[in-house]
Design a protein around this ligand. Sequence first.
Ligand code: FEO
Ligand code: CA
Ligand code: CA
Ligand code: CA
Length: 598
Amino acid sequence: TADASGAKAAFKFKEISHGVDENHHVAEGYDADILLRWGDPLFTDSPAFDPARQSRSSQERQFGYNNDYVGFIPLAGAADRGLLCVNHEYTNEELMFPGLGRQDNSAYAGMTRAIADVEIAAHGGTVVEIARENGKWKAIVGSKYNRRLTGTTPMEMTGPAAGDALVQTNADPSGRKVLGTLNNCAGGITPWGTYLMAEENFNGYFWNKDAAAAHPHADMLKRYGAPGEWYSWGAYYDRFDIAKDPNELHRFGWIVEVDPMDPTSTPKKRTALGRFKHEGAETIVNKDGRVVVYSGDDERGDYLYKFVTKGKFDKNNRAANMDLLDEGTLYVARFNADGTLDWLPLIAGEGPLTPENGFNNQAEVLVFSRKAGDALGATKMDRPEDVQPNPETNKVYVCLTNNKHRGSKHPVDAANPREKNPFGHIIEITPAADDHADLKGTWEILVQGGNPANPEHKAVFNPATSENGWFGSPDNAAVDGKGRLWISTDQGSAWPKTGTADGIWALETEGALRGTGKMFYRVPVGAEMCGPCFTPDDTALFLAVQHPASDGAKAFPGFERNSTFEDPATRWPDFDPKLPPRPSVVVVTKKGGGIIGS
Ligand code: FEO
Ligand code: CA
Ligand code: CA
Ligand code: CA
């Protein structure tokens, strides 16, 4: 995969152009097929999708809403068969249900317990077997592996914070049994074939500002943005009301590990990896056999973390790896102006993490990881999203999506150099001595998002980048089998600032073309691009199109309105006047077969 100069094979596809319209677009010579849509059946008894007759029980048997992370686990011995693991991050009421106009700020108007129950069931994740037949990937309805994880699936808390007083609730005095997982953004697949789901904006599900102000850890609730009061669930379920259960919110914001090979297994919330707004959790086997998990805390001015296991990965004994994530050390990053990097350990009793500073034990350090990062002097970043190690080169790519407070609330620094940073940037980290467990590393900025032709953007790409090769607000990343980097974007409300849609870009990292972007796929209006995930042979690329018709859509000609169930900006992917837009997983293949991007 390297040429004579040592550079990786450059991307060879013909790129598509920027733009905004109702449909999705992929590079010429490729097919982009719909693999799974919100509401698609997973089990032989799943009801057909009917948006006018939704219920908790039907949604629990169907593919969930707002697909984000996508992971693929090949089934042993089969190149054309595997398990797709998909996160369902959140719900858009105004697009899912008739008569709810949440975008008009009528929060909670028209809500019922029945609707809240559908929403809770539409969150979480899906494990589904897929197979390639005659060149096309299809979901296997009724596979013994298929599973829905939701906001009510019983889960276990494990690791140092499990059972602590901070995570004990009225319903669960043990502090070990949690119902469900929420706001699962990105994630990861471990080397032993488990599925990691990252709980991100958990604060939004809790309500009661008065109770939060009187909470014994009111400062920490504030530090984590709780209560967000984005959802009405607190009206129907005590655990989402801080007055009725002050500790339930401490049981969210974790990394959840799921064994997709056993649909009856209990998912584990691995507290050793800390509690923050985890964007994702990508792993790499270090050269000494320990496993390192990288994770960003997606908030303006928050931190980048890594977890290093105590034990070593045993490739010949899957069972021996199943609790590796319960013991190890969590570190937070400090980026120095000289291009070096320090990893600072979050260990109770070490450095400033003492009882005098409010850290009585490791559970308190982990439940309040942000506070520990503050005390350690970690670097406040421009919203760390996906953090992707490249096993071919040992480099690590950190997507920083944007930060309007840079230059004001968060002073400009070397690693976050652009005021307001509307378009984000990508940092490349090189671990010292190729050792991901080392406390040192070096870093440099690979690209700065935005349009290089617009001087106000202060964008930085390789000059070889075409007028379509630049992007804004990098979010997720994937490394293909050749060690090449692919980036997805989530501009959110910043769509109008670039005037173009989110999508997938191939991004050169080696040789003379380093820092050159190339546009491969574009989402329909208002969607966010998530998930990029390759099969191990690079012949299929799975993409998650999240919330079509939502973000930024109304800023564009022809779409000037608040999208609702009745009148969405697009009805992708069905374009059926009876159906709302549906978040969907897309599978991209090369016409006639072959490696994606070659
Ligand atoms: Fe859910 Fe950080 O994006
Ligand atoms: Ca994301
Ligand atoms: Ca990733
Ligand atoms: Ca994002």
